[in-house]
Design a protein. Structure first.
Length: 591
């Protein structure tokens, strides 16, 4: 799940930023300087000749072509009442006791089936049949139970829609629309959950797979990540079919993967079917799990769908050295040498870079433009950050505190280290795994390149060879060699445009959701703004299908302890999500 939006702190009594604003100075990298220089040139050219150069910015720029002075125009609120066939149904979803009771039963039953997934789980394509697969990997029997539960809980869907099992356990539900010229809408979630550590079971208020409801919250592993979304989407479609009035013109696709919490190969298999069937850039939009609810920032309410994701890479570095008896060790064993490499890597974090390509800058521009309480100097720096290097650095310094610095920088986490076999034998092989989440402005190549330079430095110091991705860069010596390989490389995602009709419809629908449906008494504006997710969802498999991908769950903030003890969700939030999708699907269908 995505981390929360970094807050812009309120001004303290002295007029300066709150004391929690900690500056971490970063030097601009060569890459960062070149990117900023390019943005500066294009920005100045835009000022001189808006009509000729404006299209260069449209992919990621909040500005409105009709109002170029605004960096963050607020999308118009959309009242769906004239586009849906029964407005009373929304009230039924939110307030009807019978509907609530049925929904509780469905979600609770889903949580009771322990569809756990592990990093080393044997995948479904390892066997030709389910029967053979169960012998290799018994946990897949729980997925079979989950499929049977869905068929029983949602009979009309399984009778009326096209239902496909992909690679045995992935699911595609297709509700064919009558107008083939309209691009399909895809809604997605995943059925797998992270495992529960046996040592923690006694710490749960209720057993982790009991699906217990205490009158406010439902508890259980996966209840908020993200069986609530999966069941909510199916409940929405089942409700349409029960009422029998909605006949979609736009095809609706539901796609449910089975291993999002590990490799995401289930969504990859679903993608193969969809790309063959529909082709590239064929879908209207995709909505998946992601950020949720809204954030109160500088006195304003911001709705923050993630419009992009950082990339991913595991750097695996092995060191091979001669063995021997521990009574006659070298000055540095392979463990000692690798420790020096790890120390060098950690002492040299990735530079922070902030350009207009990053939704974080767009997000800050929205806050600066619309809030009346942002400190004057900070506001100026944010609004000038896309073309003024000094202002840009000031904004980076503001962001670069605590974990929020990773919104504008590639991260590096030393997660696994292995080596040595015996107390009296010198280790001949040691290894380390470093996990990276790659900033929007960086790449797999630039991320690995920085680590490779550190490897070369240590190799030269200790007279070692270097092998990188199978290529011998420095010939192995009598002292040994490093072997550096890249695991699970993923480039940063394309960024969803936020200045077109799809964004306006999604944002306008969410404004109605919060302003009129959930908080009509507040008389406050809720401002949709872009967001960057530092993690990845199943959408990483779907990028070629559409440029419009939103990672967001509607509703008040009600999920907590995700991947931890006492994972739970406020049940009102589950119903709120159903209400949103009930009218959003109809609204999109009418376009």
């Amino acid at each position: 799940m995505a981390i929360k939006m970094l807050p812009i702190h309120e001004k303290g009594p002295s007029g300066s930023l709150n004391s929690s604003k900690m500056h971490l100075k970063h030097q601009w990298s060569t890459v960062g300087q070149k990117i900023l220089a390019l943005v500066t040139v294009l920005s100045l050219a835009t000022v001189i000749c808006k009509q000729n150069y404006y299209p260069l910015f449209q992919a990621n720029f909040i500005g409105d072509p009709g109002n170029p002075d605004s960096l963050c125009p607020i999308v118009a609120k959309i009242d769906p009442s004239e586009h849906i066939y029964d407005n009373a149904t929304i009230d039924k979803i939110l307030n009807d006791p019978d509907f609530r009771a049925r929904s509780i039963e469905r979600l609770s039953s889903a949580v009771k089936i322990p569809t756990e997934i592990y990093d080393d789980t044997i995948l479904p394509n390892a066997a030709k049949s389910k029967k053979d697969l169960y012998k290799l990997e018994p946990l897949w029997e729980e997925y079979e139970k989950f499929h049977k539960f869905l068929k029983k809980a949602f009979p009309l869907i399984h009778k009326s829609l096209k239902v496909e099992e992909v690679n045995k356990f992935g699911l595609i539900y297709t509700w064919e629309g009558s107008d083939k010229k309209k691009e399909p809408l895809m809604l997605t979630a995943h059925m797998d959950v992270v495992p529960v550590q046996k040592e923690t079971i006694d710490q749960w208020t209720y057993p982790p797979f009991s699906g217990e409801y205490d009158g406010e919250f439902m508890y259980g592993r996966g209840v908020s990540d993200c069986k609530n979304l999966l069941i909510g989407l199916l409940e929405t479609i089942e409700l349409f079919l029960e009422e029998g009035e909605f006949k979609p013109e736009r095809t609706l696709i539901l796609g449910f993967g089975y291993d999002e919490e590990s490799g995401g190969t289930g969504a990859g298999e679903i993608y193969k079917v969809l790309i063959e069937r529909y082709g590239e850039e064929s879908l209207y939009a995709i909505i998946d799990e992601g950020n949720e609810a809204f954030e109160k920032i500088q006195g304003l309410n911001f709705i923050l769908p993630a419009t992009g994701e950082k990339g991913h890479l595991n750097s695996i570095i092995e060191l091979y050295t001669p063995g021997g008896h521990s009574s006659v060790p070298p000055n540095h064993t392979s463990i000692g040498i690798l420790s020096k490499l790890i120390d060098l890597i950690e002492e040299n974090p990735y530079d922070s870079i902030l350009t207009n390509a990053n939704p974080v800058l767009n997000q800050l521009q929205c806050v600066a433009e619309h809030s009346k309480t942002v400190e004057k100097t900070l506001k100026r720096d944010i609004l000038q950050a896309q073309f003024n290097p000094s202002a840009n650095q000031a904004v980076i310094d503001f962001i670069s505190k605590d974990s929020t610095r990773y919104l504008v920088a590639t991260s590096q986490a030393v997660d696994i280290i292995q080596g040595g076999a015996k107390s009296n034998a010198l280790p001949e092989h040691v290894s380390v795994l470093i996990n990276h989440r790659i900033a929007i402005e960086e790449s797999v190549s630039s991320t690995a390149g920085k680590i490779l330079e550190h490897v070369k430095d240590i190799a030269q110091k200790f007279d070692l060879g270097v092998v990188y991705e199978g290529d011998e860069l420095v010939k192995p010596t009598a002292r040994g060699y490093f072997n550096y390989t890249l695991n699970e490389p993923l480039e940063p995602s394309p960024i969803t445009p936020i200045n077109d009709k799809v964004w306006e419809t999604f944002g306008g629908s969410l404004r109605y959701f919060y302003e009129d449906l959930l908080f009509p008494e507040k008389d406050e504006i809720f401002i949709p703004a872009p967001y960057i997710s530092i993690g990845n969802t199943d959408t990483k498999n779907y990028w070629p299908l559409t440029k419009h991908i939103f990672r967001y769950s509607p509703g008040i903030e009600g999920g907590s302890n995700i991947h931890s003890v006492d994972e739970k969700v406020k049940f009102d939030v589950h119903l709120q999500a159903i209400a949103f999708f009930y009218y959003y699907i109809q609204l999109v269908d009418s376009e």
